[in-house]
Design a binder for this molecule. Sequence first.
Ligand SMILES: [Zn+2]
Length: 445
Amino acid sequence: MSERILLSNLTMLESGTPVPSQLLVADGRVEAISRGRSSALDGVQATRIDLGGALLTPGLVDLHDHLREPGQEEKETIATGTAAAARGGWTTVCAMPNTDPDPHNPELMARLLQRIASSAKVKVLPYSPITVGLTSEEPVDPEAMVDAGAVAFSNDGKGVQSAGVMYDAMRAAAHHGRPVAAHAEDNSLVRGGVINDGPKARELDLPGITGLAETVQVVRDLAIAEVTGAHYHLCHASTRQSIRALRRAQADGVRATAEASPHHLLLADADIPADDGFYKMNPPLRARCDVEAIVEGLRDGTLCAIATDNAPHTAAEKDCSFRDAAFGVITNEHTFALLYTSFVLAGRFRLDQLVHWLTEGPSDAYQLGDAGRIRVGGPADLAAFDLTREVAIDPDRFSGKGRNTPFAGRRVLGDCVFTMVDGAVVHRFTTPEPTDLTCDRKDRA
Ligand SMILES: [Zn+2]
């Protein structure tokens, strides 16, 4: 049965500028795109969805999500975590393996993929851990995990403390053509820290984590990547030194990519208002000069993606002091809106740059094919954002279980109003009254 859906009253980026467009979906794929004011698709037989002038983009691709299932369903589940992703416009998410149990053998991976098949609302690509349990030194069988469906390898949440283990993991990953994604953190430098080591730590009388905890592992890992030829991917780059090291390594031909997290772009440690666990994350919010280095790293291509590190926790785990709170924050239901408002509207990023870092950038880094792009014949994985209506971020209305965002109450434009996966609508928000007219809608009126 062929269902055809005509998405109308939307804009799409053309050479960086939103232009009025229509897009026809059939059998879960993009059948036709009509750009410009001509309406070649006006007469087609199809169910119509009016997107109210919203910006249509490829579905967003998140290289770094935490779905918590199995084992931590009180925090999130595959169903609720992917509902949250859909709410934010993400149509492909790579799920980190710090679950209980972690998917460290083909049987566990097969069970995880079954759960994903039965309850996920968006496409989920699971990571294999690098080592069993993420803490031990016992490596997984990389070949078996690739065959079982692992998109890449990561011990996210924990740094790999042994250079030898990382060396073996990268040698195997190079052989199998899969990235090793690193949460770079040398435990010997953490020293019980809960916040960035700096003036804010002293002001709040909290133990600090030096940026060196990240940087020294990044430098080590880049050296290993150079020797092994592996694709090394740095998760949530947070220090200016690690970005500088990446830039140099890339110039030397090392196969290294990196992601920025929304919270490390939006906040510095100086922005932490009080000893409030909602601002606790790992790596911690860094100094303003580190934030600027992340921004510059995206602009010059050292970093290729923005990935959420979405980390849901229960209220009890976050609504407390830094000393007691769990690490991690929620941003994925409003990532685009937060960054659009703070960076695009502020003139610091171009709109097409932001879209690239959320779509093609991550897709190309992990060679995910059609994910993150729109092409005729390709899967209809799409998202639409209302650039004209201002909303306040309200955790009580989140689709996921996690409420632990430091951005509650923040007013943003660019809310995700529509998400489609393989031609199926997985999120849709319609306003009760017409939104403000965008320029191009005014032009057409
Ligand atoms: Zn991490």
